[in-house]
Design a protein around this ligand. Structure first.
Ligand code: PLP
Length: 483
């Protein structure tokens, strides 16, 4: 006899048979009554639920009509299906037409797979662009939270451009990297990604051309494309984006912008030379082509500081400079910033207010304290050392396992090695095979369409042993496809 203590509620607005239907569906959905499970007889169920037999019959008929159970005279009634779509049939509204008509495009299928796989417990993340949990300074943040719990002002909405204390701290920080900015020309955002969204919403229009490095992180996003903007890839050489190609392509096209990641670029890890930065800002000034400079990896340098940001050479307010703390401190705090001419910042702040009414006040307070106490700067030193150790392990593993199969750069900072395979292979096949061996890797075609020869290897998340094992396994899978 089944041990069921539940009874339908006679005071509920739902009819008794519907309550029984839902109760049985729950049992099936949770797997407690798996496919093949034999239900008690109608008489027993009516005794358990304290209802008339006709009520049970009506509930069972409903479940049978939905394809979840089936009964026959001899063998009793059994569960025959437990798929979610059947379980929800007739009860949930069909949202599909709405879902497919929303303005924002869905993520690329492979990106959705990556986002889900990242949270499988035993997965080795060789593609992530986030710091591993042990790189995030939990103790430090806990200490800050403890201190703030005694002194923090109430957590109300913040000013449209963000907490003024944080904006002042950001300006102090910016000075250390060569950017002179006033707090009035700084907007605090919820991560760098939101800064990009605000720019696309507020400053670009459908059909705007956005020049991007080829390859670029931007290709893996749907932010710009969703609003009808056209990415236009410009080649990179050893010093950075090729200016002649950019200028030839641009021809003062109205409404266009350049998006660049000059420092420890995602996905190539490359750094634009100082000379190229200066020439680029001059050329874009002549061409009246605004620049979006994404500098989120800047603080992760290993042996020497990278050249100053392009923004440091911008005398005419041409550059929208974006930075944040997601890569060097904590992505979960969701703190980023945009620096630009005041008019632009006001426009973006206005959109931000209409979008989310400001970035988390708690996160802004924590980040202000991290800056003002000096902990931010101290932590960067520790972070650089630890990320460099990871880079070295990855380079060692590549030497051991990929010699003869591919070539790679030696990053001077950031998270990425752009691995070039000697021959093109099916990237999707590699991705799925690696996933079946619990290795998550980002194929290069996420960052450069139709590319079949590159993998982005990230050493920021996996443990040192995992980095070695992950690269070894990848080399075996690649070799299987090439040879
Ligand atoms: C170049 C670049 N910009 C922005 C982001 C996103 O940063 P955030 O987490 O601050 O939104 C990433 C990380 O994935 C990135 O690689």
């Amino acid at each position: 006899m089944l041990d069921i203590n539940w009874r339908p509620d006679r005071n509920s607005p739902y009819r008794l048979n519907i309550q029984i239907v839902n109760f049985i569906k729950d049992k099936i959905a949770t797997g407690e009554w798996p496919v093949g499970f034999k239900l008690p007889s109608q008489r027993t169920l009516s005794e358990i639920f304290c209802v008339n037999r006709s009520t049970v019959v009506s509930a069972l008929e409903e479940l049978a009509a939905e394809g979840l159970i089936s009964g026959n005279a001899g063998g009793g009634t059994k569960v025959i299906n437990n798929t979610w779509t059947l379980m929800s049939i007739n009860h949930s509204h069909n949202w599909l037409p709405y879902i497919s008509s929303g303005l924002h495009q869905t993520n690329q299928n492979i990106m959705q797979q990556i986002n889900q796989a990242e949270f499988q417990p035993d997965i080795i993340r060789m593609g992530s662009c986030e710091p591993s949990p042990e790189l995030i300074p939990n103790k430090m943040i806990q200490g800050v939270l403890k201190k703030l719990s005694k002194s923090m002002a109430s957590l109300g909405y913040e000013e449209p451009k963000g907490n003024i204390h944080l904006r002042r701290e950001v300006c102090t920080y910016l000075k250390t990297i060569g950017i002179e900015a006033d707090p009035s020309s700084v907007l605090i955002t919820s991560g760098v990604l939101q800064a990009l969204q605000l720019i696309s919403l507020g400053l670009l229009h459908t059909n705007s051309v956005v020049y991007v490095e080829k390859p670029s992180y931007l290709y893996s996003l749907r932010t710009f494309q969703s609003f009808g903007m056209q990415p236009s890839g410009i080649k990179l050489d050893e010093e950075g984006i090729e200016i002649k190609e950019l200028v030839d392509r641009h021809r003062r096209r109205k409404g266009a912008m350049l998006f660049t990641i000059p420092t420890f670029q995602n996905p190539t890890g490359s750094v634009m030379s100082l000379e190229r930065r200066k020439t680029l800002v001059d050329a874009c000034d002549r061409e009246r082509l605004p620049i979006i400079e994404d500098d989120v990896y800047r603080e992760l340098w290993f042996d020497e500081q990278p050249p100053q940001p392009i923004k440091a050479f911008d005398n005419n307010g041409l550059v929208l400079y974006i930075g944040g703390i997601s890569k060097n401190l904590s992505p979960g705090l969701r703190i980023g910033w945009i620096v630009g001419s005041e008019k632009v910042i006001e426009r973006l702040a206005d959109i931000k207010m209409q979008t989310d009414y400001g970035t988390s006040s708690l996160s802004q307070n924590v980040t202000t304290e991290l800056f003002s106490s000096g902990l931010y700067y101290q932590h960067n030193d520790i972070m650089r050392k630890n990320v460099k150790i990871r880079r070295d392990v990855a380079l060692e593993a590549l030497k051991k396992y990929f010699t003869g199969i591919g070539t790679w750069n030696i990053p001077r900072g950031g998270y990425f090695i752009w691995l070039k395979l000697n021959e093109g292979i099916s990237m999707y096949q590699l991705f799925t095979k690696a996933l079946s061996r619990k290795i998550l890797v980002h194929p290069g075609d996420l960052y450069e369409f139709h590319s079949d020869q590159y993998l982005r290897i990230s050493y920021s998340y996996a443990s040192l042993n995992e980095i070695d094992y992950g690269i070894k396994t990848l080399s075996e899978l690649v070799a299987e496809q090439i040879f």
